[in-house]
Design a binder for this molecule. Sequence first.
Ligand SMILES: [Zn+2]
Ligand SMILES: [Zn+2]
Length: 55
Amino acid sequence: MSENKGKVCISCGRLSTEYVEFKCPSCMQGAIIRDRICRERHTRYRCPNCGTEGP
Ligand SMILES: [Zn+2]
Ligand SMILES: [Zn+2]
């Protein structure tokens, strides 16, 4: 019973199975999760750990 439901994009809040996850380049701790759409559109994100915003 393990369904891959993906993760929530922190830019738009949509649940996506096509996402990229990386550590915040500023604090190296916050997990940045962005779906494919936001990555292609370069939607701004905000680090949940330190609040840094980036493209
Ligand atoms: Zn998104
Ligand atoms: Zn950060």
